[in-house]
Design a protein around this ligand. Structure first.
Ligand code: AMP
Ligand code: MG
Length: 484
């Protein structure tokens, strides 16, 4: 059998400082535990081959395809505010595939062993976190939020030391690219303008080719990246997704959500919700995400300064002008999204007040974020503390009035709400339960059922209480853990 794929590696056209050739480490006993056949189909990959013995050798990195030149990418980044040199410390890029629609995707192995960028780490990944990335990234796809995807998860046959001994694993990840804000920081900090320009040109060519011919191409690049991040973060906020580690190395220039570590979806609405156990200051809390994205984009703008103008003052001015657009764009995307969540088609000046009033009641009455909007969509009440309050009932009257003023019918309004208010999200307690069965008992039934449901979060015809019910009191204060 043969995989019948051509791997390209355009990243190798960049100056050599941007990567190191690195073969994945051989693993003792690779076993494919998750294969994403729907993604494989989208990519035009032969599922039968990749699930065969020969296919597993390739997915595990034990065999490298003839046309593949595996590399580890170099990058830097601000982690929790501190700048440091990083790079793929436990990942290699096998190459890029181009789908029949002409879309180019990186194929990366995560957990594939040490690289020159591993610092003190072992280069390995463990099964739970890799399956977690699989679940959440499929959930993001279902929610129509740009994200890297997970093609496969394999166990390696190794046992990895973390706080306890855990099964070793590899995630096969696809992404529009793995170029990060941190890649630009690396170029600006450690290389010359020539290399920085090469990276910017490559990025424009790969992701923003439509702006490449226009005059101020590097300014345009900044403009587009600021815009796509504003759109992405608004999408996160609108479904209650909390990334958890929005370091500059975890912000992809292509606008995809990347690097699922201690992330989770919010159950009870609270702006200060934090999930990462290492985020003691709440730096990456729900309410801080737009601010952190903006902080990261300021770092991106700084890294681009040498390309924006020969005169430094002028370059700063340009950077500032573009960067300042973030907050306006973010608010526009967010309000537009919120209006849709309430079934409102067009802008009206009272909407901001309507939205703020609802959120402040959700906070006061500890309402579940997802289910509050689902209930409004279905004209039902499950958030009883909220629903029993007089202020909420008054709010409902105002909202209904507002909906009736629209040209569109109430039925059209309800349909709009159904299309943007997920009935189901990857709730932490269900994700953890699925992981526990898979990791401890090699039982993937719960994980498969969960992923199947998460692929259709807007399907209001087949609601299943099991997945839509928030956790009980016992699960409150949930935190995921780093060291993934
Ligand atoms: P992350 O928290 O996964 O975004 O990783 C941050 C940085 O640490 C990246 O440069 C990773 O490649 C590196 N890293 C994370 N875990 C390991 C590990 N087990 N071994 C080596 N490097 C790692
Ligand atoms: Mg990362």
């Amino acid at each position: 059998m043969n995989p019948n794929i051509t791997l390209e590696n355009t990243y190798l056209t960049l100056p050599e400082e941007f990567y190191t050739a690195q073969l994945p480490s051989k693993v003792p006993s690779p076993n494919l535990v998750k294969w994403n056949s729907s993604l494989a189909k989208e990519l035009g990959l032969d599922s039968e081959f990749f699930q065969s013995k020969e296919g597993v050798l390739i997915l595990s990195g034990n065999k490298v395809l003839e046309n593949s030149t595996p590399i580890a990418e170099a990058y830097a980044g601000h982690q929790f505010g501190y700048f440091t040199m990083l790079g793929d410390g436990r990942a290699v890029l096998l190459g890029e595939i181009v789908t029949k629609d002409g879309e180019r995707y990186d194929i990366q192995l995560k957990g594939s062993g040490r690289t020159p960028y591993s610092r003190g780490g072992d280069g390995k990944a463990t099964l739970g976190p890799m399956l977690r990335e699989y679940i959440i990234s499929e959930g993001m796809k279902g929610l129509r939020i740009p994200s890297t995807r997970s093609l496969a998860v394999l166990t390696t046959g190794e046992t990895i030391l973390r706080e306890t001994m855990l099964p070793g694993a590899i995630l096969v990840r696809t992404a529009k690219s793995h170029i990060r804000v941190g890649t630009f920081q690396y170029a600006n900090q450690f290389l010359d303008t020539k290399e920085l320009r090469a990276l910017a040109d490559y990025t424009i060519e790969r992701h923003f080719s439509e702006v490449s011919s226009k005059g101020e191409r590097y300014r345009n690049l900044l403009h587009e990246v600021v815009n796509s991040q504003a759109r992405l973060i608004a999408k996160w906020q609108l479904v209650g997704f909390i990334h958890g580690v929005m370091n500059t190395d975890n912000m992809a220039i292509c606008g995809e959500t990347i690097d699922y570590g201690p992330c989770a979806f919010m159950d009870t609405y609270h702006p200060e919700t934090v999930f990462s156990s290492i985020d003691r200051e709440g730096r990456y809390s729900y309410q801080n995400q737009p601010g952190m994205a903006s902080w990261n984009l300021a770092r991106f703008a700084e890294a681009l300064l040498p390309l924006l103008h020969d005169n430094k003052e002028k370059a700063i001015e340009i950077a500032q002008e573009e960067f300042n657009l973030f907050s306006k764009w973010y608010h526009n995307y967010w309000y537009e999204g919120m209006r849709k969540k309430l079934g409102l088609f067009h802008k009206n000046e009272m909407d901001e007040h309507l939205i703020e009033a609802l959120l402040s009641m959700m906070l006061k009455y500890e309402a579940d974020f997802t289910n509050t909007f689902r209930d409004l969509t279905l004209s039902q009440t499950t958030q009883m503390k909220l629903a029993d309050s007089t202020e909420y009932q008054q709010w409902i009257s105002l909202w209904q009035e507002r909906r009736k003023q629209q040209e569109e019918s109430l039925e059209e309004s309800r349909k709009l709400m159904e299309s943007v208010n997920p009935a189901v999200i990857p709730r932490n307690h269900r994700v953890e339960e699925a992981l526990e069965r898979a990791v401890n008992f090699k039982d993937y039934a719960a994980l498969d059922s969960l992923v199947a449901v998460l692929r259709h979060p807007y399907d209001y015809q087949n609601l299943n209480d099991y997945y839509t019910t928030p956790p009980g009191e016992a699960a409150c204060g949930y935190r995921t853990f780093c060291g993934t």
